[in-house]
Design a protein around this ligand. Sequence first.
Ligand SMILES: Cc1cc2nc3c(=O)[nH]c(=O)nc-3n(C[C@H](O)[C@H](O)[C@H](O)COP(=O)(O)O)c2cc1C
Length: 362
Amino acid sequence: MIDAFKALTRRGLFLIDPETAHGLSIAALKSGLVPSCRSDADPRLAQTVAGLAFANPLGLAAGFDKNAEVPDAVLRLGFGFTEIGTVTPLAQAGNPKPRIFRLVEDEAVINRLGFNNEGHETAFARLRQRRAAGIVGVNIGANKDTADRIADYVAGIARFCDVASYFTVNISSPNTPGLRDLQGRQNLAELLSAVMSARDAAVEKSGRKLPVFLKIAPDLSEEGLDDIAAEVLDKGVDGLIVSNTTLSRDGLNDRRQAGEAGGLSGKPLFARSTAVLARMRHRIGPALPIIGVGGVSSAETALEKIRAGADLVQLYSCMVYEGPGLAGAVVKGLSRLLDRDGAKSIRELRDSRVDHWRAQKI
Ligand SMILES: Cc1cc2nc3c(=O)[nH]c(=O)nc-3n(C[C@H](O)[C@H](O)[C@H](O)COP(=O)(O)O)c2cc1C
């Protein structure tokens, strides 16, 4: 069923432009037309990370469900968690279209959306209506024309603290001019102090101390990674998400689309993002959770992220190529890999290839 669905959707959806296809995917999920994944939960895949109980380690990355339209339908596909956003305080249109490009030969995507979203209030109203359980992170950002970027992140914490399972502070999108400057040491120190204070203040309102993850780019220098590790540890951030899309165009076959401006994701991002993940695991030590994201396309690549130091894994772009059955297939595949390796839990395999991956040149 899922395979037939995959063949059909892939053939059909690839005839239309990527952004329209994305809108149709959201509409299909809303309508309930997409088959759910009925996988029996494997207790070996379950773990508690940052105080949250995950049934399995695979999540949907930010950017697919920007406006919190389908979090529960996404979870029914087999994901252990999902992340909505990036949301900014005010609705904004983003960059002119076309702004998403498929690099089919490379199973990659380039996007320069620029945080198109319906704003805090709309996403909040949808999340407030949810009745289902399930982990939904809220990825927060700043409006392009804001006078005070840090205030936009603080507003995100205050707005969503009643409905989020965790927060992601996204300072790594390449499509909002100047946003990645927040990764520099001084700016980052100020941002993280403000965000963590807002999180602590929100405990009184929501009664819960929500974990805050910082999502970083895969294009940072070694010194840049040192600075981020130092600030994350100093400010008590709860975890990292490694990584966002890359500005690099290394190793692409589809030269026709490679020249498009924007962030590259999908299979060609796998090695770079995994190498940065391992570098950060080495820097921050074993305690802090990391979510590994970039080019995950299978159970094998998901497990490789875990071996490189990830507690949890996310994917987005490869679902464009593999279809909505990918989540269930990866989760079932992880169980098979645990059988093969004789492992009692997924956590046991974490970090076994940190040294291999951090030695990779990027
Ligand atoms: C079309 C598109 C939109 C995205 N939008 C966001 C976003 O709004 N916020 C964010 O943090 N990441 C965004 N991302 C980045 C993904 O969350 C992820 O970090 C990146 O694509 C690497 O994972 P992948 O190779 O599995 O896609 C977007 C990616 C794509 C392809």
